[in-house]
Design a protein around this ligand. Structure first.
Ligand SMILES: Nc1ncnc2c1ncn2[C@@H]1O[C@H](COP(=O)(O)OP(=O)(O)O)[C@@H](O)[C@H]1O
Ligand SMILES: O=C(CO)[C@H](O)[C@H](O)COP(=O)(O)O
Length: 516
């Protein structure tokens, strides 16, 4: 399809991350032509409760969509794809927001992916040892949907649970909002809801965990029409949504992806020829896509199912059709780095100095580390200071939400040098966490030769370098930094029929830079 000088077709990708909504206009060669972002609200009404508003998120989608198509011939826009975090959206029978909080604030109708309120619920679910748990690494995460649903039933029975008509994963809410079609994506249901691509829903699981009411009406509240990512939904964009988004009514809208899976799709098929990389000529199963933003998600695919204790999956066709997927994860990586840096006594000084130099605090810290390192490489500055990064539990491979963070080697001083070294130790701790996940995946049967990084943290050269140094693997950065958005646009391209599959759409991501 690609080729020729003038792009014939455009596709819009929409990526709803934790902190902001991003949109991109992408052409049929996978080139990103326009980008816009818009922050979204987050509430943390109490510790471990993280909430958002579906109306606030949709409004942000409308802002960024209109921005990226400014000046474009709307008739050339062929498709729209969404990816989003795996947050839980709650609507009543008339699709109106319902409160997920005891305050009854229905603006806050989303339980976010990193919310850890449902601890006792997930403990009871794991106690059942139900067979579906084999397909989430043996232990269900508190961040998945069943524990949160059980929490709503047990804690907000009258104000939320009994009134609820629809429980959506956020990516599926967005595609419903765009098309009026309540079909769910195979990606979200397989990865976060225990749905099996082969067998569908398992009644015995929902009954065993006390959510038997979801089985009634053939799972109407959580989805009984399931489509592969990239499938075209209904009659496409509704006139109302088209007006909201500033896009042509009727354009194809794709069944969605979770954000990490869109990022994985956006990079894992990249053309690596000519860079002398270990993975050149190797199967795509030798590549590990690491989508590193607020959290980090480690996406490895295989032709046959691989059961990795403590690593989510194996999930069939949840990211690349026809492949099994294992997803390792670290719940807080960017968020942890922000937490450590912003909470340090020297942060005001850092902020002032970075601003004076017109730099981000991370660019400033990276250059400060180069300034204070001695004869040895910068990584040796932390020889006496170490961080254990599980401040929000361990998602993979230990799969233990009770674990906490730890710092050892602190002194009485709290100056800018101390902050820089603590920042470095945190980045290294995250890279060691990635190494632990890779070791678990390889012991179970994966064979990984190259890391493909994308997401906000991939823009931090120190973060990338520490991943290469500590895992001992080459790290590939794609030419297009917004790979998650390219992944979302690939969905729209596939739904439009211009590409026969998401793989074909995704293999035009190009490698721009490598690090060894
Ligand atoms: N240029 C950058 N340099 C260093 N860190 C960055 C950069 N851009 C984003 N980040 C970090 O990445 C995280 C946000 O990741 P991103 O992928 O943009 O968002 P989301 O997690 O919402 O999808 C934040 O912790 C932020 O500090
Ligand atoms: O569990 C997830 C993916 O499977 C979450 O959606 C992801 O961890 C959050 O992404 P981000 O860090 O980019 O906000």
């Amino acid at each position: 399809m690609p080729g020729g000088n003038e792009p014939r077709s455009y596709y819009v990708g929409m990526d709803v991350g934790t902190g902001s909504v991003r949109a991109a206009l992408v052409d049929q060669r996978g080139t990103l032509l326009a980008f816009a972002d818009q922050p979204i609200n987050q509430w943390e009404p109490q510790f471990n409760h993280h909430e958002q508003s579906s109306e606030d998120i949709w409004a942000a989608c409308c802002v960024v969509s209109k921005k990226v198509v400014q000046g474009v011939n709307l008739h050339q826009i062929r498709g729209l794809g969404f990816d989003a975090t795996c947050s839980l959206v709650v609507l009543d029978k008339q699709f109106r927001p319902l409160p997920v909080n005891p305050e009854g604030d229905s603006r806050r109708n989303i339980i976010m992916w990193l919310d850890h309120r449902a601890v006792s619920q997930v403990h009871r679910i794991n106690e059942t040892k139900h067979s579906v748990l084999q397909y989430v690494g043996g232990v269900m995460s508190v961040e998945m949907q069943a524990p949160k649903l059980l929490w709503l039933k047990e804690n907000l029975r009258e104000t939320c649970w009994d009134k609820a008509g629809h429980f959506f994963d956020l990516p599926d809410f967005l595609s419903w909002k765009a098309t009026g079609v309540t079909a769910r994506s195979l990606c979200s249901l397989v990865c976060k809801w225990t749905y099996s691509a082969e067998k569908g829903w398992d009644d015995s699981f929902w009954k065993m965990v006390g959510l038997e009411d979801l089985v009634t009406d053939n799972y109407s509240k959580i989805g009984n029409q399931v489509l592969p990512p990239g499938a075209s939904l209904g009659s496409g964009l509704t006139p109302e949504a088209a007006k909201d988004l500033g896009l042509p009514p009727g354009i194809a809208v794709a069944a969605s992806l979770i954000d990490a899976h869109a990022g994985g799709l956006g990079v894992i098929g990249a053309d690596v020829k000519g860079h002398g990389l270990a993975c050149e000529g190797q199967p795509v199963t030798s590549r590990l896509a690491v989508i590193c933003g607020t959290s980090s998600c480690h996406m490895g695919i295989s032709k046959n199912p691989i059961f990795v204790p403590g690593v989510w999956g194996p999930y069939f066709s949840a990211m690349v059709p026809g492949f099994w997927l294992n997803e390792g994860g670290q719940s807080v990586t960017g968020k942890l780095i922000d937490h450590m840096v912003q909470g340090h006594a020297a942060f005001p000084e850092l902020q002032a100095k970075a601003t004076a130099r017109g730099q981000s605090v991370y660019a400033y810290l990276n250059s400060h580390l180069d300034l204070i390192k001695k004869a040895q490489p910068v990584g040796f500055l932390t020889v006496d200071l170490h961080v254990w990064p599980d401040f929000h539990g361990n998602r993979s491979p230990l799969a233990d939400l009770t674990l906490k963070g730890m710092v050892t080697g602190l002194k009485l001083s709290q100056d800018l040098d101390d902050l820089a070294i603590l920042y470095l130790a945190t980045v290294q701790a995250i890279a060691f966490g990635t190494r632990l996940i890779i070791e678990a995946m390889e012991s179970a049967g994966h064979s990984i030769s190259t890391l493909f990084l994308c997401g906000g943290l991939s823009k931090n050269p120190l973060f990338v370098q520490m991943h290469a140094d500590i895992t001992g693997l080459p790290v590939v950065l794609s030419q297009e930094v917004e790979s998650v958005l390219v992944g979302a646009a690939v969905l729209g391209a596939c739904a439009s029929g211009d590409f026969a599959s998401v793989q074909l759409g995704a293999c035009y991501g190009l490698v721009g830079e490598t690090r060894l």
